[in-house]
Design a protein around this ligand. Structure first.
Ligand code: GLU
Length: 464
């Protein structure tokens, strides 16, 4: 039977590379095996969720091309797909757990506080519960609740049992019930905490395989306990090692991991980002590195996901982008670069893109290549050095004359026939025109600037 998989983000921040990698593995798994990809929004924490973030998240997934079969916007047979709209499911499950004596009210002040704070599987677990509320008998417990005493619900864990997570990537991982301790499942108002909502939804949505970051591995025994207590079949699990940043620590929203939105703004191609994400932990059996999304879907196999943590290397992402740019028809490459190219005095953004489309690794690089053209930059150290060279003054004078009468020949000929060393003359002219000694080839630079503007800048430099 093809798998039903889900990506279940909390809409509390921007989608970053780590989260997108999890989404991609789910998408590829579904596509490679004719399965179903579900997107579920984990927004039980109202304070940290909002609809514009959800829209941003879905927009990022769509931009990457990771289309889903069921989700909050497209619906599906097991909706709604926003946890905030599924409270009846959780209340029903909590009622069953209570009736079966699997949960109890915890009146400890710390528990009610903690239930308010502790909201999703973010790895920040409180210490194991050692309080005594489990032994309060049920009539007494009900009486205290009815008298208005605040409480939160805890799951009664069997300390004698061992739980084995049979993980597709990590193999069997064992957890002792005695190490886990009775955990909170619902807040005083009976709204569910992450573990309960996750287990209830995975069962209700008939999820057969959970692929998520391995920061959730330690949550899984709790999910197994809840699923069993609810009489549901547990899905299979695949916990992918978290992606590490340059500092060797996992990428995270809170530590400024690069967001998908920012890559889009910089002009990265979605196909290159997807290619890069796929290679974070997975490798192609045929050893290919440059793969389109269709090729990835065909080749993807969880068995080839490594159990050690991959590192995000921005240089490889750039390199892949360059390769994917080269695969585009030139027209498309030019159109993409034109979206990022500015209008310049002597050339419109389209002409700038025509000239530079094959030079850039990432479309947005075009802005850097033409910096100093629209408006000259304050000269940096190299520019000042170029302007101080003995050849600088004569070079600017010769250039000015040549540009005033462009029909009589080009800049290079003029500089050469004046006997000036080109290695000094060009940087000086460039520095006078843009504030930078290095940059575009002189001919391209002059086209972008236009003669009139170039003359104005040279005159100003000579007056200075
Ligand atoms: N909402 C959780 C997160 O964003 C999802 C965990 C899961 O996939 O079960 O980390």
């Amino acid at each position: 039977m093809p798998d039903r998989v889900r990506f279940s983000p909390a809409p509390s921040g921007e989608l970053h590379l780590g989260g997108a990698r999890t989404a991609l593995f789910n998408y590829l798994l579904a596509r490679s095996g004719g399965g179903t990809f579900v997107v579920r929004i984990e927004d039980t924490d109202a304070a940290r969720s909002d609809l514009s973030r959800e829209r941003g998240l879905l927009g990022d997934l769509a931009w990457l091309g990771l289309s889903w079969n069921e989700g909050p916007d497209v619906g599906g047979p097991f909706g709604p797909y926003r946890q905030s709209e599924r409270t009846a499911h959780y209340a029903e499950a909590l009622g069953r757990l209570e009736a079966a004596g699997r949960v109890y009210r915890c009146f400890c002040a710390a528990a009610t506080l903690e239930a308010g704070r502790h909201t999703d599987g973010d790895g920040r677990r409180p210490p194991r519960y050692r309080g005594g509320c489990r032994s309060i008998d049920s009539a007494e417990s009900r009486r205290r609740a009815e008298a208005g005493e605040p409480f939160a619900w805890r799951f009664a864990v069997d300390p004698e049992r061992e739980w084995v997570v049979r993980d597709v990537i990590h193999g069997d991982v064992r957890f002792a019930g005695s190490d886990i301790g009775d955990f909170l499942v619902a807040r005083p108002d009976a709204t569910p905490l992450y573990d309960l909502a996750c287990a209830v939804d995975d069962a209700a949505m008939r999820i057969t395989l959970v692929i998520r970051g391995d920061d959730h591995l330690s949550n899984t025994p709790r999910h197994l306990m809840l699923l069993e207590a609810l009489g549901a079949t547990a899905p299979n699990y695949a916990h992918a090692p978290l992606v590490l940043g340059a500092d060797g620590r996992p990428l995270s929203k809170s530590r400024g991991a690069e967001s998908i939105a920012s890559l889009r703004e910089q002009g990265y191609l979605p196909a290159a980002v997807v290619n890069h994400l796929a290679l974070l932990g997975w490798s192609d059996p045929a050893g290919r590195e440059v793969l389109g999304t269709d090729e990835l879907a065909e080749a993807f196999d969880l068995a080839r996901v490594s159990s050690s943590a991959p590192a995000h290397d921005p240089a490889r992402l750039r390199w892949l982008n360059k390769r994917h740019m080269a695969l585009l028809p030139r027209e498309d490459r030019v159109a993409l670069v034109a979206e990022h190219a500015p209008d310049l005095p002597g050339a419109g953004s389209r002409a700038v893109a025509e000239a530079l489309a094959d030079e850039v690794e990432v479309a947005g690089d075009v802005r850097g290549l033409v910096s100093g053209v629209a408006e000259p930059l304050a000269p940096d150290e190299e520019a000042l050095a170029a302007l101080a060279s003995p050849a600088a003054l004569p070079a600017l004078e010769v250039a000015l004359e040549a540009l005033r009468a462009p029909e009589t020949g080009d800049l290079r000929d003029a500089l050469r026939s004046a006997g000036l060393p080109l290695r000094e003359a060009f940087p000086a002219v460039r520095a006078a025109l843009t504030g930078r000694a290095h940059g575009l080839p002189a001919a391209t630079l002059l086209t972008f600037l236009g003669n009139a503007e170039a003359v104005r800048r040279l005159e100003r430099a000579l007056r200075a």
